[in-house]
Every structure is written in C-alpha cells, then in structure tokens.
Design a protein around this ligand. Sequence first.
Ligand SMILES: Cc1cc2nc3c(=O)[nH]c(=O)nc-3n(C[C@H](O)[C@H](O)[C@H](O)COP(=O)(O)OP(=O)(O)OC[C@H]3O[C@@H](n4cnc5c(N)ncnc54)[C@H](O)[C@@H]3O)c2cc1C
Ligand code: SF4
Length: 515
Amino acid sequence: MVRRLVVILGDQLDAQAEVLRQSDPTLDQVWMAEVREESTHVPSAVTRTVLFLSAMRHFAIDLQNLGWSIDYQRLEDTSPDQGLAASLALALRAHQPEEVWVTAPGEWRVLQLLRDTVRAAGLSLQVHDDAHFFTTVRDFSRHAQGRKQLRMEFWYRELRQRFGVLMDGDQPEGGRWNYDADNRASFGKAGPGPLPTLPRFEPDAITVEVMETVARCLPDLPGTCTEFNWPVTRNDALRALEDFVSHRLALFGQFEDAMWLGQPCLYHSQLSAALNLKLLNPREVVAAVEQAYRAGQAPLAAAEGYIRQVLGWREYVRGVYWTRMPEYADLNALKADQPLPAMFWTGDTPMACIREVVGQTLRLGYAHHIQRLMVTGLYALLLGVRPQEVHAWYLGVYVDAIEWVELPNTLGMSQYGDGGIMASKPYVASGKYIDRMSNYCKGCAFKPDVSVGEQACPITTLYWDFLIRHEALLTRNPRMGMQIRNAQRLSPEQRRHIQTQAQAHRDALNSSGSK
Ligand SMILES: Cc1cc2nc3c(=O)[nH]c(=O)nc-3n(C[C@H](O)[C@H](O)[C@H](O)COP(=O)(O)OP(=O)(O)OC[C@H]3O[C@@H](n4cnc5c(N)ncnc54)[C@H](O)[C@@H]3O)c2cc1C
Ligand code: SF4
C-alpha cells in the first residue's frame, strides 16, 4: 500500500512537475501506462505513436535514476482491448493508494476518464496546474469574461506586459506590438537557397525497440517512421532549442509563411512536440529567443514573430479549449457535411500541393503552420468536410497533436467550425495564394489562376464556390468584404460553371471513396 499514486500521462514528461516535487519517492508511487486505445481512438500515425512511447520510456528511466519507483505498463504486456480506464483501475487495486495526483491532462476526455475511474475506486483525484504554460485557464477565463469577442492580439499584449516579455518599460520593444507585415515573404523564383542543416536525433536502442513494438502491436497505424528524427529526451530537446535559436531564428519571421517543395522545415523551430510533451518549458523557449534578439543575433521582427506564436497563440488556444469544452468539439457553424477524402491518408492526388503536404505529414508527422492552415486545412474547408473528421485527421497525424492545441486550431482557426471564436474570419484563398507562397504549382497538373475547365485548380474553383455558397453569412463579416464583392462581380453564367465544376470535383472524390 502506498500513500499516493502519481499518474504521469504521455505528454507530462517533466521531472520538475509539481506532482513530483511535492511527492516523496519513499512513500509515493509513479504510474505510467502505454495503452493501444490512445493510438486508435483516432488513428494515430506511426511517428506520433513512436515519439510518445519512446519519450515516455526515456522519461521513466530518468525518474528511476532519481529514485522513483514506477509501475510502468508497456504496450506489449497488456491485452489489446485494455484501455486507460481499465489499466488505471487495475493499478488502483494493486497499489491501494490513499490518494491519486495528476497534472491537468491535455484532453477533456482523459480528465473525465481519470475522474470517473478514481471516483469508482472510492478515491478523489487531485488535479494540479500544469506549469508548462505562462497562464492558467482561470487567467484566461478572467480575460474572456464580459468580452463580446475574443481576440488573440489583446490577450497576447496583456501577457507581454504581465511577464515583461520584449518590453521597453511599459511600451513594446521597438514601439510596435506586431510585425506580421514584415513576416510574409516568399522565396521568389530563386527558391530558399542553401538552408541550415537540421540537428540529428538518431533513434537509439529504446526508440528502435519502440518502433518494433508498435509495428507488432499496432500494425494498422497510418504513415511510416523510417525518417524519425525527433527529440525524445530533455537533453535532446534543449539541443533542438539551441540549434533553432543559433541557426534559424534570424530568418524565421521573414519566411514563416513560405513553402518549398522537399523542404518541410525551412526556418521553423520544430519545437512544438518537445513543448507539448513538456520536455521544454515555454518560458525557457521565450527567454532564449528574447535573449538572442537582445544579443543582436536575431532581428526584432523574427523574435516578436516567434514569441507571438508561443506566448500568444499557444496560451490562447489552450484557454479557448478549456473554457469551451465539451460543446466546442461538436460545433459546425458552416454545416459542412462532406467526408474527408481518401487522399488525406495516401497523398495520392494530382494536386501537387496536397500531395506534398500530406506525403510529408505521413512520413515525418510534421507540417508547418501555413502548410496546415493554407493547404490541407484550406482544401478541407473549401470542400466542406465535416470539421469533426478534419479534427480526427489532424489529431492523429502530427507529432505535436494533443487535443487542447489541435482542436481549436483545426475546428476553429482552420475550419471556421466555431463561427468566429478563434478567428475573426474564415481563412480562405484561391490557388493563387499557394502559388505566391510556394513553388508547388509549378509541378502541378492544374493552373492556380484557372477556375473552370480541365486545367482548373480545384482550390481556386472551390474558393469561388465557397464564397458563393456562404455569401449570405459572409456578407455580414466586414473582414470578408473585398472577397465577397469580388465573388458578386462574377456573372450568373460564371457562377453556374464554377458551382457545376465544384460539385463534379466533390462527386469524383466521393465516388473514389473516403477512409
Ligand atoms: C489545422 C491546424 C492544426 C494544428 N495543430 C497543432 C497541434 O496539434 N499541435 C500544435 O502544437 N500546434 C498545432 N498547430 C499550430 C502550428 O501549426 C504548429 O504549432 C506548428 O506548425 C509546429 O511547428 P513548429 O514547432 O516548427 O512551429 P514554429 O513555426 O516554429 O512556431 C513556434 C511555436 O509556436 C507555437 N505555435 C505556433 N502556432 C501556434 C498555434 N496556432 N497554436 C498553438 N501554438 C502555436 C508552437 O508551440 C510552435 O512550436 C496547428 C495549426 C493548424 C492550422
Ligand atoms: S495549381 Fe492548385 S492544386 Fe495545383 S499545386 Fe497549385 S494550388 Fe495546388
């Protein structure tokens, strides 16, 4: 019998967590479990599953070295249908703890499941704040109270002031809060030129063993992991942070929206998985970026652009998730009703942009923000795919996907399913945007500026079709004014042709099947 069972979930890999600092290895027991259900309730790609399990196994060894006794349930040692609740119930019976502690989980479903299971055992669950955010959900609720409309920008400015990040007294460093306008460059015809070499995180014996286990126990997961290159320990994660700040941060801002064939990372940090598994703390990431700016190693626009993502967006989406769940997950403001096309699981399509981003995603578990928002997300939004199906795909395929961050980004920002809670307007554009920001269209069977006929770019056709279909709703949104006026200039005949072509595209997808 132990005093306390400390539950550590797969995205809570921090030896300094309050639940551990306030517990005692001589009295308390750590419990960790690998369960198949967490990789199958939405099909989780191989790379994502391997990353989580390998990072968990490395972390358990670190804890053992610190003197903790750990009850660690391995994937291969449990029956396929034993989920998290059943596993925890067994652990509670085996250890008979007086109490159960956990850090706030990253998913509403998991929080309910833990509460129910612990209650059923006649115990109560103590849920501790997660120190891997600058703010608490209570802070966000206070900020949101009484506001008719939430906007990330106001929340972000409040946090810059509160935490003294990139401030010059009570004014923003450089006199401006926002450098987005400086941060929208593409590479032009010449392309990005030589790019910094990315750090290597070769799979070690533990990761290789996990790969074999996953192949054996979960043979049907999508994607591959032959190019696995993710930090699985805190030391690896610190090396990834140092490498980004030294070699890519300076050009991060300028090229944060740009895309290029065969170059998934460009100047992005690829730190989201390490942040979300809690191998890194956002405070140390923000501090390292600000320090690089102050040392003259990165321009202000790059440092601000990066800090806005971590201090602004990351904290904001978490607040939206926890203050709106569980209803948020069912929203569908645009009444989208199409199935997710099969190409999202294969990349098999003549559309070069989708082929590139889906292919890269299934190989690496990674795509940067504009690839997610303005390629795959845009296509699903324009097609009218049910936001819940789009959400399940994003939750399964990305190494950094945990519901608190994935759901508001997908259902809200990318699919406008929440009707404007996350974003003030739907992020819609024609194929010409993709052409401007990448070289994808050069190798494509379609032409980005053509909306009807054999060479029509499906994104462009569907863009006009989207504006026509949602004209009544979007007319009320002042930020959509110009796009709607352009659609209203189309002649009745042009409209008819566009809508016929858009429907033919949907019909062709539906007859070729969805997963
Ligand atoms: C449809 C869609 C789904 C997404 N799903 C996820 C997800 O499951 N997990 C996830 O961490 N991010 C998600 N994002 C946000 C963003 O795309 C990723 O954080 C980013 O691409 C990760 O790559 P990076 O570390 O190289 O980021 P960088 O471009 O280097 O950005 C720096 C960091 O800022 C944070 N960040 C940037 N944008 C956001 C954002 N919109 N919301 C929250 N944090 C942000 C991340 O921690 C990221 O590591 C999603 C975005 C979209 C449009
Ligand atoms: S032409 Fe259209 S479908 Fe082809 S790559 Fe460009 S945007 Fe994508």
